[in-house]
Design a protein around this ligand. Structure first.
Ligand SMILES: Cc1ncc(COP(=O)(O)O)c(C=O)c1O
Length: 408
C-alpha cells in the first residue's frame, strides 16, 4: 500500500481515463469521444506552414518560451477575440496547455481544500475531476434547454454559509447537454452574480462551431455583456477548432488574476509548447482558420443531421433528445426507470460505446441520460451504431418492464 495523497481520489478522474480509452478503442463504434475525427485534421495546411517557416522561427519551435505565451500568438488571439466581439481591453491573455489547464490553474489560484465551487448539472467531466482533485466542495445547479436554472441558482447561493469561489459554466454548445444559453439567460445569470463576489468561470470551447450564421450572435461571450460588478474569467481552446493534440488553450482575465495565474503555470510546466504555439499562430496569421472552420461547421452539421435522422428512425418512442445548433453532442433522455449504465453494459458487448449520464453528475449518481458525440466516428458507421444502441435500449426497457410487472 502506498501513502497516496488525497488528490488522487477523484472519482471523475477515473471516469475520464476510462473514457479516453474507450474513445479510441479499436473495433468499437464510438459515440464516446468528444474530439474531431482524425480524417478532419488540417494536416496539409500544417505541413505547408512548417515547411514555409524561416530557419530562425523553426529553431524557436524547439526552445522554451515566456510562461505567459508566445507573444505573436498572444497578439493574434487578442485580434481574434476582438473580431468575435469580445473586448479584451485591459484584460490579459495567458496561453495554457489546453483549456483544461486553464481550469486547473484557476482552481489552484482560488480554491483551498473545502472551498465551494458551483457547477452546472450536468457538467463537463474534465472540470469535475480538476475540482475534486483540489478538494473543492462542489454544489451543482440544474440546467434546462436555455441554460442554468436561475431560481435554483439563487436558492443555492442564499442557502450557503460561505461565498463560493466561482461558478463554472459552459454556455455555448454545452458538454454534455448540447444546449446553448439564450441571451436572456446569460443576462439573468450575470445579474444574479453581480455584487455577490462569486467569480464567473466562462468556459467557451465550442462557440466557433455554430451551424447557422444567423445564430452566431447567440454565442456572444458573457464577458462582453458589460454587466457591472461581476468578475469573469473566460477560457477558450484550440482543441475543437484545430486539434486537441495541439494542447493549446488560453484564459482571459483581469491583470491581477493573470499575474497569479502566470505564477501557477510557471510551477506547472514553465510554458506551453513553443512548437504548437508557433504553428497555431501561423494558422491564424495566414488566414487559414476561417476557411477551415467553414469546412468543420458543415462537416459537423452533416454528422448531426445523420445522427438525428437515424435516432428518429430507430429509437423507441420513450427516448427523447435535444437538437444541437452547434458543437458535438446529443444528450438522450431516458424514461426514469432505466439507467444509462445498464444500457452501456449491453451495448458495449455489441461493440457500441457512449458516455453514461452519471459521468457528468458531480455526485456521480443521476443516470437517466446518455451522451452521444457525432464528432469522432466515421459517418458511415452512424446508422449501424444507432441501430445497435437502440436495440440495447429496447432490451433494457423490456427487462425493466418485466421486473415491474413481476413486482406489481
Ligand atoms: C467544455 C469543455 N471545456 C474544456 C475542454 C478541454 O479542452 P482542452 O483540450 O482545451 O483542454 C473540453 C474538452 O472536451 C470541453 O468539452
Amino acid at each position: 500500500m502506498y501513502a497516496f495523497s488525497r488528490a488522487v481520489n477523484s472519482m471523475h478522474s477515473e471516469d475520464v481515463k476510462k473514457l479516453m480509452k474507450q474513445a479510441s478503442g479499436k473495433n468499437l463504434i464510438s459515440f464516446a469521444g468528444g474530439m474531431p475525427n482524425n480524417d478532419l485534421f488540417p494536416v496539409n495546411q500544417i505541413d505547408e506552414i512548417y515547411n514555409s517557416l524561416p530557419d530562425d522561427i523553426k529553431k524557436l519551435c524547439f526552445q522554451y518560451g515566456p510562461t505567459s505565451g508566445y507573444p505573436p500568438l498572444v497578439n493574434s488571439l487578442r485580434s481574434l477575440l476582438e473580431q468575435k466581439g469580445l473586448t479584451v481591453g485591459n484584460n490579459k491573455i495567458l496561453i495554457t496547455t489546453g483549456s483544461l489547464q486553464a481550469i486547473s490553474i484557476i482552481t489552484q489560484e482560488f480554491v483551498n481544500e473545502g472551498d465551494i465551487i458551483l457547477t452546472e448539472n450536468p457538467c463537463f467531466v474534465g472540470a469535475l475531476s480538476v475540482f475534486e482533485t483540489f478538494g473543492a466542495e462542489i454544489h451543482s445547479i440544474p440546467i434546462d434547454k436555455d441554460g442554468i436554472d436561475i431560481q435554483a441558482l439563487k436558492r443555492k447561493i442564499d442557502s450557503l454559509d460561505r461565498t463560493p469561489k466561482f461558478l463554472y459554466v459552459t454556455p455555448n454548445y454545452h458538454n454534455p447537454a448540447g444546449i446553448i444559453y439564450s441571451p436572456e439567460r446569460k443576462k439573468e445569470l450575470l445579474e444574479v452574480l453581480s455584487g455577490t463576489g462569486i467569480i464567473l468561470l466562462e468556459d467557451d470551447a465550442y462557440s466557433d462551431l455554430y451551424f447557422s450564421e444567423e445564430e452566431k450572435y447567440l454565442t456572444k461571450a458573457m464577458k462582453s455583456y458589460g454587466v457591472e460588478d461581476v468578475e469573469i474569467i473566460y477560457t477558450g481552446s484550440f482543441s475543437k477548432i484545430l486539434g486537441p493534440g495541439f494542447r493549446l488553450g488560453y484564459m482571459l482575465s483581469s491583470e491581477e488574476i493573470f499575474e497569479k495565474a502566470e505564477s501557477v503555470k510557471q510551477a506547472l510546466d514553465a510554458c506551453t509548447s513553443s512548437f504548437m504555439q508557433i504553428l497555431a499562430n501561423e494558422f491564424l496569421v495566414q488566414n487559414k482558420l476561417e476557411p477551415y472552420l467553414t469546412f468543420l461547421r458543415s462537416e459537423y452539421q452533416e454528422r448531426r443531421d445523420l445522427l438525428q435522422k437515424y435516432l428518429n428512425t430507430y429509437m423507441p418512442k420513450e427516448i427523447t433528445w435535444n437538437e444541437p445548433k452547434g458543437g458535438f453532442y446529443i444528450w438522450l433522455k431516458l424514461p426514469p426507470h432505466i439507467k444509462s449504465t445498464d444500457i452501456f453494459n449491453k451495448s458495449v458487448t455489441k461493440g457500441v460505446v457512449f458516455v453514461t449520464g452519471r459521468t457528468f453528475d458531480p455526485a456521480g449518481k443521476k443516470d437517466d441520460r446518455l451522451r452521444l458525440s457525432y464528432s469522432n466516428m466515421p459517418k458511415a458507421q452512424i446508422e449501424k451504431g444507432v441501430m445497435i444502441l437502440s436495440e440495447a435500449i429496447k432490451k433494457v426497457l423490456q427487462d425493466s418492464e418485466m421486473l415491474l410487472s413481476e413486482k406489481g
